[in-house]
Design a binder for this molecule. Structure first.
Ligand code: ADP
Ligand code: ZN
Ligand code: ZN
Length: 833
């Protein structure tokens, strides 16, 4: 047997499968998706088996054998292997980069792992059928081993690979990481109720008086009837470890170490919720989704529901339907909205069937959640972007909530968009994709609005009304220029000031949004205009108040903040703190005693800080929640009746073709936080450009009007959805070399496009056209001491741009490192920086 392996070296030369012989004792273990160690030159490297074959492409005598199998159960499944290939083609990354993105970080290190029996007596009893899976002698043998390596087991029982894998999947056998590994699985000393209940009850009668504590403990455990950690038992029933041990020695209680998964939500009781009777609008949408899931149609549906229209309830009932069909579901939510509130809603409905994956988990916690999915213990995965790779075997439904969020695009390689990956994965599984948003991206909206194929229904599912016909809150737009003319120099307009005062008086809550991007935290000299810039990047340094340091956000360069201007020695050098800090200070001045929770990068950097702050706000321990984009998303607090936007236009003026769309989305989202329950809400938007269509349409809650206007602009300027973009960034330390290579590259690419007959401006109305802009210096023209140039490619129609790019780049990738220009390709870029 030959294994074709993608080795983990992300270079273009090694981006192809290599052949290895599978040693006889590994044959039963190796599958497509297995992670293996292979000899590669002088080293042993990790890789993934992507195919098994009878014959090799090279002389079989020259083949080296696989060195080792790294996991008994393959971490990847064949569909993921294929998906990784598709990603590497579409996003111009190496196959291994795509594969590595699919497995939890904990699997990347080299941890020794051991196999042991699951000693949980319940388990053995309940799943008695499983003990029939493996011969008794094997179980006894395994039970006797101290640190049984997979390799040893594999060599001793080569014929039982399938049964052993099954036993591992079902949890009869356990796989444990060694103590040396930081991720070692936690073991907890656990007390079990007596095996022989009758005997224990009898013993209870005849306990000597001096062992009153033991008696109490035993009675407690009999009453409880299920295992609990020793710590918890002692906390609840009192007593000492010694008395429990004494009971265990008498054989009255069980006391063993039990492997514990680091369940970050352990010990939390989630209130079970029942499905709500759906509103008519929800019902129609639900039926469309459920029907698609039932038919196993890989269709992408766009659920366009206004804020508060009850999208989550529709998601949950659709998932329920999917589970009833014996299939699994993936729910993607933006990292930032993966709040405890959100998790609670899903855990409350589906209980232990849910795994939660987000970046605030430690590597170990993430690995444990991932294992629940891989070992079929959960049927629903909810998580941020990378949860799209959840190793489910039969996916029926993929939901992407807030589908317009730019965080679904990964900014480092592989630069994939979870939405596109979802559509592709759904096609493999015959799963429905539901894209949900109150403000769909123009790309998704345009795609869903296309006339459906004959006999098909539209992919656009609207839910234009809020649950309970609650009105959307009225929005006032305040022109900050006239505030200034009237002599108001404060950052609060008179209207917002008055509205805040009213809320304080009534004991209601307010949310204040500051569009952070406009307020940077920089250093400027008032005398000469000097600003502190990074010596390695073409970007200003950011001031960090806590450490009094200036930092570069791109390369990490840090220096102490100067006391006088390095340029003119003036003392009038000023540090501008974060915008949110300034607003907070101003609030305290205007409303003495006001309780403010500030949520921004500074206050949420600690683990769980984000959750804690929201919890406090939910408990009404503050009057105002003040923050950046973070406060705009998904929050649902009944006492919030005012939403204020401090400066709406800071994001309007960014040099990005999506700036109007982003502004509209942000304003609509944040406005949706007000008046979601019984108390009516109000929204105040402060701006310097009150006439801008993004602001006016947000004021009217009029998505359709915004889209009409925005599409006109996009069409004239030639931007998506009227074409697609690819951004090629080239970088090198030497400017002349970079300049010459990037010119040659663009020339070659134009030549290749011309050969294909597609070179030309898109305005020509051609079905297939490709326009190459640049090279020009990137907006950030130097980063980490490397100069940067970019080409933007606009194209329309079915053109294999990745193939053209590869061909155009190839001559510049040969040669030795220091001279090589680095190419970075971003397909469908979200930001053009
Ligand atoms: P969206 O995600 O569309 O902004 P949510 O899913 O948060 O809206 O729903 C808004 C509120 O309406 C929530 O409090 C939710 O519990 C409630 N809700 C949703 N569907 C129903 C229903 N069918 N009956 C009663 N209340 C509902
Ligand atoms: Zn100066
Ligand atoms: Zn820098």
């Amino acid at each position: 047997m030959i294994a074709k392996v993608i080795v983990d070296v992300p270079s273009r030369q090694t981006d192809r499968p290599f052949d290895y012989k599978v040693p006889a004792d590994m044959e039963g273990w190796i599958e497509v998706g297995s992670r293996v160690g292979v000899p590669f030159g002088p080293r042993v490297l990790q890789g993934f088996v992507i195919e098994l074959a009878e014959t090799a492409d090279v002389d079989p005598i020259k083949l080296k054998p696989l060195s080792e199998l790294l996991d008994p159960v393959p971490p990847l499944l064949p569909d993921l292997i294929e998906l990784a290939k598709w990603m590497s083609d579409k996003y111009c990354c190496s196959w291994t980069t795509a594969l590595q993105a699919m497995v939890p970080a904990a699997l990347k290190g080299k941890a020794e792992r051991y196999i042991s029996l699951n000693n949980d007596p319940d388990y053995l009893e309940e799943d008695y059928g499983l003990t029939a899976l493996l011969p008794q002698e094997m179980l006894v043998w395994i039970g006797r081993q101290k640190q049984l390596k997979l390799e040893t087991l594999q060599q001793r029982f080569p014929d039982y690979s399938a049964a052993i894998k099954e036993a591992l999947l079902e949890g009869l056998l356990l796989e444990q990481t060694s103590i040396r590994d930081r991720l070692a699985i936690r073991k907890v000393l656990t007390v079990f109720p007596p095996d022989d209940e009758a005997a224990a009850r009898e013993a209870l009668q005849s306990f000597p008086a001096r062992s009153a504590k033991q008696r109490e403990l035993l009675a407690f455990m009999l009453e409880r009837g299920e295992a609990m950690p020793l710590q918890a038992l002692l906390a609840e029933a009192g007593g000492s470890p010694a008395s429990v041990r004494a009971l265990a020695d008498k054989g009255l209680l069980g006391l063993h170490e039990v492997e514990q998964e680091r369940d970050p939500y352990a010990g939390r009781n989630f209130q079970r919720t029942e499905p709500l009777p759906l509103m008519p609008g929800q019902q129609d949408v639900y039926e469309r989704i459920a029907g698609t899931v039932t038919r196993g149609e890989p269709q992408a549906l766009l659920l366009h529901g206004v804020t508060g229209s009850g999208k989550t309830e529709v998601y949950m009932q659709s998932i329920q339907h999917c589970l009833e069909l014996g299939k699994q579901a993936i729910v993607l939510v933006p990292e930032i909205s993966l709040t405890p509130q959100m998790v609670e809603r899903f855990k409350g409905r589906f209980g232990d069937a849910v795994a939660v994956l987000h970046s605030r988990l430690s590597n170990g916690e993430r690995y444990d959640e991932w294992r629940k999915i891989r070992s079929r213990r959960v049927q629903v995965a909810i998580g941020a972007r990378s949860a799209i790779f959840a190793p489910f075997e039969r996916i029926g439904l993929i939901i992407i909530d807030e589908e317009h969020e730019s965080s679904y695009k990964q900014e480092e390689s592989p630069k994939y968009h979870a939405r596109d990956v979802a559509v592709r994965r759904a096609r493999q599984h015959g799963a429905a994709v539901v894209l949900g948003s109150a403000t769909p991206s123009l790309e998704s909206f345009a795609a869903a609005s296309r006339p459906p194929a004959p006999g098909k229904e539209s992919a656009l599912l609207p839910m234009p009304e809020r649950v309970g016909s609650r009105p959307l809150p009225p929005v006032q737009v305040i022109d900050m220029r006239s505030e200034l003319q009237d002599g108001n120099r404060s950052m609060f307009s008179r209207r917002l000031h008055a509205a805040l005062a009213e809320r304080l008086e009534r004991g209601e809550q307010s949310v204040l949004l500051l569009n952070r991007r406009g307020y940077s935290t920089f250093v400027m000299c008032r005398s000469c205009g000097y600003t502190a810039a990074c010596p390695h990047c073409d970007i200003s340094l950011t001031y960090h108040q806590k450490s009094r340091a200036l930092r570069c956000h791109y390369c990490g360069h840090a220096e102490l903040a100067p006391k006088e201007c390095p340029s003119c020695s003036s003392e009038h050098i000023r540090y501008f703190g974060t915008g949110t800090q300034r607003v907070e200070e101003e609030l305290a001045k205007l409303f003495p005693g006001i309780r403010v929770i500030r949520m921004d990068v500074d206050t949420t950097s600690e683990k769980h800080a984000h959750e804690k702050l929201l919890k406090q706000f939910g408990e009404r321990k503050a009057d105002v929640l003040l923050g950046t984009q973070m406060v705009a998303k998904g929050l649902d607090f009944p006492f919030v009746t005012l939403v204020g936007v401090i400066a709406a236009d800071t994001s309007l003026n960014l040099p990005d073709f999506r700036s109007a769309e982003r502004t509209f989305q942000l304003l609509t989202q944040v406005a949706g936080r007000a008046g979601r329950h019984h108390l009516p809400g109000e929204v105040v938007i402060q701006t310097y450009s009150p006439e801008h269509y993004a602001i006016l349409t947000a004021q009217q809650h009029d998505y359709a009007a915004f889209v009409r206007e925005e599409l006109k602009h996009r069409s004239v300027m030639g931007y998506p959805p009227f074409c697609r973009l690819v951004l090629v960034t080239m970088s090198h330390e030497q400017l002349p070399l970079l300049s010459s290579v990037s010119e040659q590259f663009a020339e070659r690419l134009r030549g290749l496009a011309a050969d294909e007959g597609v070179l030309g401006p898109l305005e020509g109305g051609l079905q297939r056209a490709m326009d190459i802009l640049g090279p020009v210096a990137s907006p950030i023209s130097r980063m980490k001491d490397r100069y940067r140039f970019q080409c933007v490619i606009k194209y329309r129609g079915n053109i294999d741009v990745p193939a053209l790019l590869k061909a155009a780049m190839s001559p510049f990738l040969e040669g030795s490192q220091p001279k090589l220009v680095q190419f970075s390709i971003d397909v469908d870029p979200q930001v053009i920086l």
